[in-house]
Design a protein around this ligand. Structure first.
Ligand SMILES: N[C@@H](CCC(=O)N[C@@H](CS)C(=O)NCC(=O)O)C(=O)O
Length: 93
C-alpha cells in the first residue's frame, strides 16, 4: 500500500496528490510529519526525500520513493491507468 508523507496543513502541493489518490482509488495510508523546526523536516525523512519536502510517497509494490508533486501525479496516473490521455490532441488547422 502506498504511503503518502504529508504535513498537518494541506498545501496545494499536498492537496493535489491527495485528490489524485482519491480519484484513482489507489489504496494508501497517510504519514503526517511534524514540521518542528518550521523549515526542516525530520532527518529520518531524508531517505524518502533528500530534499526534505512533502508531498512524497513510498510504494512497496515497486520499491519506489518519489517526491515532487507533479512527478507523483504522473506516477499515480501511470500506475492506475487513469487520468492520462492515450492520444495527443490534434491541433485544429
Ligand atoms: N516543488 C515541490 C514543492 C514541495 C514543497 O515546497 N513542499 C512544502 C510544503 S507544500 C514543504 O515540504 N515545506 C517544508 C520544508 O520545506 O521544510 C512539489 O511540487 O512537491
Amino acid at each position: 500500500m502506498i504511503t503518502l508523507y504529508t504535513l498537518g496543513s494541506l498545501s496545494p502541493n499536498i492537496r493535489k496528490v491527495t485528490i489524485m489518490l482519491a480519484e484513482t482509488a489507489l489504496p494508501y495510508t497517510v504519514h503526517v510529519l511534524e514540521n518542528t523546526a518550521v523549515t526542516r523536516l525530520p532527518l529520518s525523512f531524508s531517505r524518502i526525500n533528500p530534499n526534505a519536502t512533502v508531498p512524497a510517497i513510498a510504494d512497496p509494490d515497486t520499491g519506489s520513493t518519489l517526491f515532487e508533486s507533479g512527478a507523483i501525479l504522473y506516477y499515480l496516473a501511470e500506475k492506475s491507468g487513469q487520468l492520462l490521455p492515450t492520444e495527443l490532441p490534434v491541433a485544429p488547422r
